[in-house]
Design a protein around this ligand. Structure first.
Ligand code: ADP
Length: 240
């Protein structure tokens, strides 16, 4: 959600309010296999955005008329917990969560070997426990690890982060204040090994040069996140 008001400065003496450089991600934590009952799961923190992803499947497709003869359906749910934002969010789906579920599903289906699970469903649940901007990309990063943890065959993993524009400057990984009062937001999901972008959205306005810069920042950010995703999976399976 891009704010329009020109409030306090978001960049002071060449630094962002939280002390980060323009191309610096927030602290990231990734853990794979955090839930007992799901087939695959992951927990991801990107700064103040904390997200759980759980995967079930492949399972039989319900309702059956939604079954696809030649490919799997990734049934995706994105949900913000009522306690994830300062003013308790009303529980249940809304337009925003449906939109995010849709783009998340598409971003992940492009790396899953969808034809290997024809006529089945894979169920993906993304739960935002705490929101401080960038929850769709944090959810995607978590979902990708959860799918790998569930043993779902994929051509690659998807890492995701957003860049944006604040105080006429392109920066990586907006936090809540930056997102609320900034000028633009550019979420990107990127399969590093395949060199494929699987999600690209933009809220707000950027010039062509700013867009190029923002895309470069986001892709570099995804490369860092991709390594952390792989580390999390290695840690999970090292001690088995
Ligand atoms: P993303 O979380 O992917 O950046 P948006 O741009 O739609 O998605 O939302 C930006 C941020 O706005 C969220 O991460 C969250 O911090 C905040 N936000 C979204 N929905 C709500 C809500 N219902 N109440 C309070 N804050 C919200």
């Amino acid at each position: 959600m891009m704010g329009t008001s020109k409030g306090e400065a978001l960049i002071v003496d060449g630094k962002r309010l939280d002390g980060r450089k323009f191309d610096e991600l927030r602290p990231i934590k990734i853990e794979a296999g955090v839930l007992e009952q799901a087939d695959g799961s992951a927990y991801v923190e990107m700064g103040g955005s904390h997200v759980l992803a759980a995967v079930y499947g492949p399972v039989e497709m319900h309702p059956r008329h939604k079954m696809l003869p030649d490919r799997v359906v990734l049934q995706t749910q994105y949900e913000m917990a009522p306690f994830s934002v300062p003013d308790r969010k009303r529980p249940g789906p809304d337009r925003r969560s449906k939109e995010i579920a849709k783009v998340t599903k598409e971003a992940l289906e492009s790396v899953i070997y969808v034809e290997d699970y024809a006529q089945s469903a894979i169920r993906l649940h993304i739960e935002i426990l705490q929101a401080d901007a960038g929850t769709r990309v944090t959810g995607l990063t978590a979902a990708s690890v959860a799918l790998a943890d569930a043993g779902i065959k994929m051509r690659d993993m998807v890492a995701a982060c957003a860049s944006g524009k604040i105080d006429d400057t392109i920066v990586l990984d907006l936090n809540g204040i930056e997102d609320n009062t900034g000028q633009a937001d550019l979420p990107v999901a990127y399969a590093v090994g395949l060199d494929e972008i699987t999600l690209l959205q933009m809220d707000g306005l950027m010039t062509e040069d700013e867009f190029e810069q923002g895309l470069k920042y986001a892709i570099d950010g995804c490369k860092t996140i991709y390594e952390l995703q792989k580390d999390a999976l290695k840690r999970r399976y090292k001690n088995e």
